[in-house]
Structures are given as structure tokens and as C-alpha cells.
Design a binder for this molecule. Structure first.
Ligand code: V07
Length: 253
């Protein structure tokens, strides 16, 4: 409770030090639901509402890329009923939220193996991408059927193929060549998150972005994803702003 008697926080941010790329592991939807005796899918539904709120809040703060871990390559191991519910969320998201995104000039991008998703889900994802393609504000980048190690396997395969085809010499493989073969390559100089947030108290990366977080600030928050809102995002950005970034002592971006 603040001195003004209102039950809200007001985090003061340095608007000149807003992280350009924020990545979030949206954990705790199932636990949030179970805690209130609801089925796990109710947590995923509530989680989607958080996606909408947090995306607009990030865009309003001037974040340039917001990457959200929506579905991992390991999530297929969950019960079939939960997986099929999750697979419908991009459709629901598309039907209810794309006009709002366009109004906020937000562009949807997706990284991951979209080709392995149900046809209707692929269609909704591609529609969201197509309908927002002219937006030049924040990029809302969904990691969908994505795995960090799988992404690196793909990059190594592509580099190996380039060598076999005589297009690349092994000695010319450098960090830039690897980055160029990752799923974040379309983000260009914004490919690496400045800030990675994980909700729900777990302090792990769980095969989300691996290469790209080499110098990211990691912020773990106890709130479940359905409870995370614009104010929570500001609080995490405030933590980020109080860290001293050293980039391995090499550069000072
Ligand atoms: C999903 C809601 C957020 C909490 C975590 C899991 C459940 C948005 C999307 C989405 C993905 C691609 C796209 C448009 C929307 C989504 C899945 C799960 C599988 F183009 N939320 N959300 N996709 N959850």
C-alpha cells in the first residue's frame, strides 16, 4: 500500500535506459490455476490475457522487441488435452487481439518449428504475421515450438551444408556466422535480449534462448505469469536499470 492509500506500485524508470529486447519465460500458468482449484487450461487462458496486457505495456515503454516463450519443443510431452488447448491459443489470440496490436503499431513475429503445428494454428500464426507486417513499432516475437539446443543444431547443420557446398571455409566460421543461422537472425542487431525475465520463482533457462543470452541480465520474479502485469514489467526493468552491465569487460555498449 502506497502513501497515497492506493494499492498500486509506482516504479520510477529511467526512460533513456529501457532495455531494447526483453525476453520472458511465462511460467506458472498451471500452478496459478491449481492454486484456485481450476483446470490447468484456465491458467493458460489467463496467461494469454497477461500476454496482451504486458505486450501493450512493453510497447508503451519503448521496448523494441518482446520475445515470449509460448511453447517449447518439450511441451509435446504434456497430456494431449492440454497440448490441444495450447495449440488453439494462437487462434484465439489472433481472433481477439490482432486489431489491438495494429492500433499499437506492434508487429508479430514467430520463431520455432511452425510447420509441425496443426494446420489451423499455422494459419492463425501466419495471419497474425501478415496482418501486422507493416507495423514498424515493437516486435512481439513468439517462440513457438522452439528449443534453444534444437536451434543450435539447426545452425550447425546449415553451416555444415554451406561448407559441403563450397560456400564457406571452416576457418571463416565466427560468432557472426553462427548468429546469422539462428532463428533470431531476422531481428538483426536486436537479436540478443538485454533482459530475460522468468516468472513463478524458478531460476532456470529451460532450453529457451541459449546463445543469445550470453550477456543478458536475468531477473527472476516470484509472481505467476497470469499475475504478471505492466507494473511487474516496470519493476523488472527497474531491477535491470540498477545492474551494472559489463559485457565480459570487453565492450561498453
Ligand atoms: C500461449 C498463453 C501465454 C502463457 C503461456 C502458455 C500459453 C499467445 C500465443 C501466440 C503464439 C503465436 C502467435 C500468436 C499468439 C500462444 C501458445 C500458448 C502455444 F502468432 N499465448 N500463447 N501460443 N499461452
Amino acid at each position: 500500500m502506497g502513501v497515497d492509500g492506493e494499492d498500486h506500485q509506482t516504479t520510477e524508470l529511467d526512460m533513456d535506459k529501457i532495455p531494447e529486447h526483453v525476453a520472458i519465460i511465462m511460467d506458472g500458468n498451471g500452478r496459478w490455476a491449481t492454486r484456485q482449484h481450476l483446470p490447468r487450461v484456465a491458467g493458460h487462458k489467463a496467461g494469454m490475457e497477461s500476454v496482451k496486457k504486458v505486450a501493450i505495456a512493453a510497447s508503451d515503454l519503448g521496448v523494441k522487441v518482446l520475445t515470449l516463450y509460448a511453447f517449447s519443443t518439450e511441451n509435446w510431452k504434456r497430456p494431449t488435452s492440454e497440448v490441444s488447448y495450447l495449440m488453439k491459443l494462437p487462434i484465439r489470440f489472433f481472433n481477439t487481439f490482432v486489431p489491438d496490436l495494429v492500433a499499437h503499431n506492434v508487429r508479430v513475429m514467430v520463431m520455432g518449428h511452425i510447420d509441425e503445428l496443426p494446420a489451423g494454428t499455422q494459419k492463425a500464426v501466419n495471419q497474425a504475421i501478415a496482418d501486422t507486417k507493416d507495423c514498424d513499432g515493437m516486435v512481439l516475437n513468439f517462440a513457438l515450438n522452439y528449443g534453444g539446443r534444437d536451434e543450435l543444431v539447426g545452425a550447425v547443420k546449415a553451416l555444415g551444408q554451406d561448407i559441403q557446398d563450397g560456400k564457406l571455409a571452416p576457418e571463416s566460421i565466427d560468432e557472426q556466422a553462427i548468429s546469422a543461422h539462428l532463428m533470431t537472425a531476422p531481428l538483426g542487431k536486436l537479436a540478443d535480449p538485454d533482459l530475460m525475465i522468468r516468472t513463478s520463482g524458478e531460476e532456470r533457462i529451460s532450453n529457451f534462448l541459449l546463445w543469445q543470452i550470453a550477456y543478458s541480465e536475468l531477473v527472476f520474479v516470484d509472481q505467476s505469469w497470469p499475475d504478471f502485469d505492466g507494473e511487474s514489467l516496470k519493476a523488472a526493468i527497474s531491477v535491470f536499470q540498477h545492474r551494472h552491465r559489463r559485457f565480459g569487460g570487453l565492450v561498453n555498449k
